[in-house]
Write a protein that binds this ligand. Structure first.
Ligand code: TXA
Ligand code: MG
Length: 352
């Protein structure tokens, strides 16, 4: 049985943190909140714990885990040839939603890094996560706490849906803050490279380290196909975040998009299909048919990021056959939001 421990209220119930720490120290698994999404944690230095993480998620074992730490010196403890940019980025963004890929030493086993000689490391900005790392004395290996291929969990109930019975405990810290996974940067090459877009965007990184580039493997052209290069982060190569309903993104000018979604919805309903629509609070009233869910306000992109995965899960519960979504070219997190939405859609987009 999976024990759920409520740590959503401050001050944090340290008895639960101690109980969770004991589980980690004895090789067990605990899901915990971070500011991005919930993580499925195990002791990062324990090969067996890493194996259990892959098994619980049903995740391919060549897809490496992120190591969560609570002080900068822990990054130095587990890496070698650490570039100066690591300290600059840590000073600017840690604790926070930035993961750095660095050359590993022997402290973190290959079971945790999916056989790679590099290790991905992040200091989360969440009091429960930091208390757990400190109290357990463990560096915590944690992928997102979802079943592989499902949307990442932004609430403890999402974790429970996917992993109940498969892990020892869930620390319930309430809904997460950001709702999209951390930005991943590769620091092992001359130029800092974004492997996965997130809340920390290209402009914010450039202000700290100068030149930054995007991994060509995650750049899509106007037809929605890749440049042909393979993404450098193994996890970005898999089809991810796939809702059960077939998702298509409709992009273009607002009135035309609303018109197109209504037309497609009518056609699908005639064929006896169940249709979901991802709308914004600005447009929701303009969809008379279908299951309409509001993702957030177009004027507040953080609301869209916050609700994206929850909306995808709700459409799974509604068992819709098709989902039509508006497109979100939001200025700051736009790249991150569209990256996740396009993946959920298997890149299916209609330009109107
Ligand atoms: O916000 C987050 O990063 C969340 C929370 C729990 O911290 N974690 C998360 O983990 O999103 P996960 O396992 O779902 O995604 C980790 C990504 C995968 O795409 C993986 O391939 C990549 O990080 N990754 C991990 N280690 C890597 C490495 N050494 N080199 C390249 N990519 C790496
Ligand atoms: Mg994940």
């Amino acid at each position: 049985i999976t024990k759920i421990m409520d740590v959503s209220e401050e001050p944090i119930n340290m008895e639960y943190i101690r109980e969770a720490s004991e589980i980690l120290k004895s090789g067990g698994l605990v899901a915990f909140p971070t500011e991005t999404v919930y993580g499925l944690g195990g002791d990062a230095t324990d090969k067996e714990a890493s194996r259990k993480i892959y098994a619980a998620k049903g995740r391919p074992s060549d897809n490496p885990l992120i190591v969560h730490i609570a002080k900068f010196s822990q990054l130095e403890d587990i890496t070698e040839n650490l570039p100066k940019t690591a300290k600059l980025l840590a000073d600017a963004f840690w604790p926070g939603p930035l993961t750095m890929v660095c050359n590993k030493n022997q402290v973190i086993p290959y079971e945790t890094t999916g056989g790679l000689d590099t290790v991905a490391v992040r200091m989360p900005n969440n009091p429960v996560a930091l208390a757990l790392i400190e109290e357990s004395g463990c560096m915590i290996a944690a992928p997102s706490a979802n079943t592989s291929g499902r949307p990442s969990p932004t609430k403890a109930s999402h974790v429970y849906e996917d992993l109940s019975g498969k892990i020892e405990a869930i620390l319930d810290g309430g809904a997460v803050d950001i709702g999209l996974e951390s930005t991943i940067v590769d620091l092992t090459e001359d130029v800092v490279t974004i492997l996965r877009p997130g809340f920390i965007n290209m402009d914010m990184l450039r202000e700290v380290v100068g030149e930054v580039r995007m991994d060509p493997g995650i750049v899509y052209n106007d037809k929605g196909t890749t440049s042909g290069a393979k993404p450098k982060a193994p996890g970005m190569r898999y089809k991810h975040y796939a809702p059960k309903g077939d998702l298509t993104i409709i992009s273009g000018e607002e009135d035309t998009v609303v018109g197109k979604i209504n037309q497609l919805t009518r056609e699908a309903l005639k064929e006896g299909k169940k249709v979901g629509i991802i709308a914004t609070s600005e447009t929701a009233d303009r969809y008379p048919e279908g299951e309409v869910l509001v993702i957030g306000n177009r004027s507040d992109e953080s609301s869209i990021a916050h609700n994206l995965y929850d909306i995808l899960r709700r459409f799974d519960e509604l068992s819709v056959d098709l989902i039509y979504s508006e497109s979100f070219a939001t200025p700051k997190m736009g790249q991150a939001i569209m990256n996740r939405l396009l993946k959920a859609a298997g890149q299916k987009t209609i330009e109107v």
